[in-house]
Every structure is written in C-alpha cells, then in structure tokens.
Write a protein of this length. Sequence first.
Length: 253
Amino acid sequence: MKNSGQPQSNRAPRGRRKYSRKQLGMLLGGLGALVLLTVAFVAGAQANSGSSTPQALPSVSAEEGSEPTIDLARRIEGDPTAMGAIDAPVVLVEYADYRCPFCGVLSRETLPELISEYVDAGQLRIEWRDYPIFGETSVMAAVAAHAAGEQGLFWEYNTAVYESAPETGHLEIDREKLLAYARDIGVPDLAQFEADLSSPALIARVQANVSEAQQIGVSSVPSIVIDDVPIAGAQPLQVFRDVIDEQLRLAGQ
C-alpha cells in the first residue's frame, strides 16, 4: 500500500455533499484487509474484552428512495482521542498511521494551524482513527498512544511520535522507543503504561478503528473526512481551510 502524499485537488466544495459508503470508498480507496490481519496477528490469542471508551460505528441515514449516507463523527464525551467542543459545527476525522511520513507532515505543519484557527474557537472538532497499514510496529504504536490516553496524554503522545518521525521513509519503532516517548511526555504511571501495551481492550480499540476505516474503503494514509467531504493525503493547509470554511458556511456559522 502507498501513501497519498501528493495534492489531488485544491478546490473547495460548492455545496454540502452527502456521500454514501460506496462513494466514500471510491474517493478514499478500496483495500484494507491486510490491516485487519496485522491487528489480528498482534492480538494473537488474546480475547477482545471491549473498550473503556465507547466505540461508535458510523451512523447511516437516508431519505426515502435515496442511497444511504454516512456520518463518521462519534462526538463521545470525554473521548481522549478527540479534541474540540463536542458540539462543534464541523468535525474532522483523521485516519492515520504513526509510521507514515505524510501523516507526520500533517501533524507537524497542518493540524497545529487548524487547532489555533478553528478548534480553539469552538468551530472544529478533531477525531482520531487508527489505521496502521505499515505492519506490526504500526499497530504497537497505535496501542501505545491509547495507553497514554488512558492516563490523559493521548495527544501529547501522538505529537511526540510525529515530531520524531523522519521527513521521508518510515519511523522505526520498538518497545523501548514506545516507553521512551511515554517518559518524555511525563506519563505518570509507567508501569501501568507498559502493562497496557498488551491490553486486549486497547488492541480491540485499534481494531474497531480499522474496521471503521474498512467500512468506508480507506486504503491509504492520511485520509481525512471533514463532515462528508473526503481529503486524501497531506494536502496544503489552504485546502483544509477552504473545506472547513465552506462547511461552516453551510452550518450557518
């Protein structure tokens, strides 16, 4: 599988577009089975015991005689993998892998600007979704970020990983590096963090995100959906601004 790192379109939507599962799949790609196999490999024989954070799957709605459309926003109160007001008028959902160089570009160069301009103003909510397509160590990193999230430091861990990522190529990750990130950001209970690296509940949480990505046909990272508008790859900042501004306009903001 390959990254979608090159801009595909700089045009903002002209009106609110409602995409069906099929249409989103066509726009974002159509593979993903290898990801579930990777997560299953890491989980091994461990039973999925559920997640302490509810994992809401996409909701589907349709007018009579029309094809169903999909709503990816979960808006779960207290979700450690989301930032921004729960009732923000626009929601950005990001599917990403911690070893993806273009995901790192998005994290370092684009998201901080969007947070400053829109999240802090209560206009945008950002919700993270794991999509570890680059093997077992990508899954390990995803679980580690959730382990940090159990202690209230998901986004700090997320940022620390991407800040250490190379501009090109895939970040090399092992268990010691995952522990080092936790120490660097000040995870208070390192013993619990280390234990959580093998938590069936956290592995199940990653797997739930992978299943969601498969439902809409995501096959490359980063893939972003802003309300119902998909953006493939680490597009220029202005592409995100244009889409968010249009969605705010359509929401009457």
